[in-house]
Design a protein around this ligand. Structure first.
Ligand code: NAP
Length: 257
């Protein structure tokens, strides 16, 4: 237990189940004294979230499908009414059609390209816009990315291009929001076995490379990503914005493996 986020209200978007990176972040935030607010996309995840949070007092749950402007507007309207202020926002959301996460990138369909960009990248822009007025005391936004946004990672394809746009959005948003003392950064996590990750063809072989070759000779955990998110959300990171922090056991430092 620490007090880095004592009494801070942190909105976390993207908990689907106990394996979600967002759930690791939620747990680290709770350990740091935060009051967390979670969103879910559809009813299926509401029951998961209710089970996950059954033993935790005072966690609020709100519905939000990030492809729907009216959901985003309603979410922040409700948060304004219910809390008045938020101090942190975690965006841990991505989606691409499974069939576009294998084979040649040039086979990406127009529709699949738009879908991946909309959910995985544009959503950060939209929610930052509506979160801004609630960050009256300053704030910190954290989003999740992957090395496939910077380099070619086999089969990551359309999602890599969406992550590149996401990372660039972090830089543009940092310039817009900085004068209001709102910081925004991304965490580039190493591979973690989650529902979304298992949609990428060959995901298991990436895990094997980590165990054998990366500097720390292991994969990273939800908790390690969660603790980095707490750091970025907390005053400890008050001088950092527009940054991308790799929590990947050192993989990004390596050349061809
Ligand atoms: P996850 O548990 O499957 O989380 C993905 C989340 O995105 C789910 O909660 C999903 O909700 C949500 N989502 C998808 N479409 C949505 C929509 N239209 N509106 C609202 N929410 C929507 O997988 P994860 O691995 O933790 O992914 C979280 C983030 O980490 C993603 O940005 C991912 O790219 C990134 N990341 C993951 C890894 C990894 O290896 N796992 C590595 C680096 C970065 P539903 O279940 O309801 O669709």
């Amino acid at each position: 237990m620490n007090t880095l986020l004592k009494d801070k209200k942190i909105l976390i978007m993207g908990v689907a189940n106990k394996w979600s990176i967002a759930w690791g972040i939620a747990q680290s935030c709770i350990e740091a004294g935060a009051n967390i607010i979670l969103t879910y996309q559809g009813e299926r995840n509401l029951s998961n979230l209710k089970k996950l949070t059954a033993d935790l007092a005072g966690i609020s749950l709100y519905q939000c499908d990030v492809t729907q402007d009216q959901d985003i507007i309603a979410l922040f309207h409700n948060l304004e009414e219910d809390f008045g202020v938020i101090h942190g926002l975690v965006h841990s959301i991505a989606f691409a059609n499974k069939e576009e996460l294998e084979g040649a990138y040039y086979n990406t369909s127009r529709e699949g390209y738009h879908l991946a960009q909309d959910i995985s990248s544009y959503s950060l822009v939209a929610i930052s816009k509506y979160a801004r007025p609630l960050m009256k005391e300053g704030g910190s936004i954290v989003t999740m990315t992957y090395l496939g946004g910077e380099r070619v990672v086999q089969n990551y394809n359309v999602m890599g291009v969406a992550k590149a746009a996401l990372e660039s959005s972090v830089r543009y948003l940092s310039a817009d929001l900085g004068p209001e003392n709102i910081r925004i950064n991304s965490i580039s996590a190493g591979p973690i076995k989650t529902l979304a990750a298992q949609g990428v063809k060959g995901f298991r072989s990436i895990l094997k490379v980590y165990e054998e070759k990366v500097p720390l000779r292991r994969t990273v955990t939800q908790g390690e990503v969660g603790d980095t998110a707490v750091f970025l959300l907390s005053p400890m990171a008050r001088g950092i914005t527009g940054e991308n922090i790799h929590v990947d056991a050192g993989y990004h430092t390596m050349g061809l493996l």
